[in-house]
Design a binder for this molecule. Structure first.
Ligand code: SAM
Length: 233
């Protein structure tokens, strides 16, 4: 029998320098898993019952201020391929953290012939380190990092957004979509992380995205326990 090649999400990038940076960042992110699990442990039962992140926005801001909480490699490759298929040149991201997702997105924009990724981060230290990571990967010329609350920093941009990665804290996911919706071009895509895992937090978000009157066709795809994939009509 012929041996099948191992699935390796980084192969889609075809960029050894970027893959090296991403592998390093993913291994740093993986080292934080234990402390994230420990933080969650007292809330496991109620979480399993309600699929609800039991922290307020400010509590999340405190604990996660130095945590990666990044999209997984398969989601990154999926973002890359989606942005390629869309021939995306303008991508907006809610939630940079240390920039792992942003790197996948910027690689796609570069492969599409250029453009920009506008990304947002409320924690100044994260924004600073993300910028350093973008330099190291050779992608900083394609990325604009906006510090502060994304609701303000994304308030006034022209239309024609090809792709939105909606990956900040769950309580703001719907506000961000409403803020950007009219600027997303027809057939543009919004991808929202953690919707399946934290279904309790995303109840209003799902109701909005599934209501065709709001201009999206939308479904949960089986990436990392459920990522909402929405296409602008
Ligand atoms: C899930 S993490 C993003 C992970 C990142 N997309 C990745 O895959 O590497 C969410 C990030 O959103 C940031 N954030 C939360 N609320 C924000 C807001 N209102 N404006 C900008 N950034 C925010 C948090 O500080 C955190 O770093």
């Amino acid at each position: 029998m012929t041996k099948q090649p191992r699935d390796d999400p980084f192969t889609v990038l075809n960029d050894a320098r970027l893959a090296t940076v991403l592998r390093r960042l993913y291994s740093e992110a993986n080292r934080q898993h234990l402390s994230v699990i420990r933080h969650f442990l007292p809330h496991t039962l109620s979480f399993l019952r309600r699929r609800f992140m039991p922290f307020s926005e400010s509590e999340m801001g405190g604990f996660y201020a130095d945590k990666y909480i990044a999209i997984v490699e398969e989601q990154g490759a999926f973002c890359y391929l989606t942005a390629r298929a869309l021939r995306a040149r303008t991508i907006f991201e809610f939630g940079t953290s240390f920039g792992l997702s942003t790197l996948w997105l910027a690689a796609a924009v570069r492969a599409n012939g250029g453009g920009r990724v506008v990304t947002t981060e409320i924690v100044p230290d994260k924004a600073r380190i993300a910028r350093r990571n973008f330099e190291e990967a050779g992608l900083s010329d394609l990325i604009e990092v906006r510090e502060g609350d994304a609701m303000a920093s994304l308030a006034a941009d022209p239309s024609d957004i090809d792709f939105v990665l909606n990956d900040g804290f769950p309580m703001r996911a719907l506000d961000i979509v409403k803020l950007l919706a009219s600027r997303i071009r027809p057939c543009g895509v919004v991808l929202t992380d953690d919707v399946g895992g934290f279904r309790g937090n995303y109840r209003d978000y799902l109701a909005y995205m599934r209501d065709r009157a709001n201009g999206f066709d939308s479904m949960l795809i089986p990436l990392k326990g459920g990522t909402e994939y929405s296409v602008r009509r």
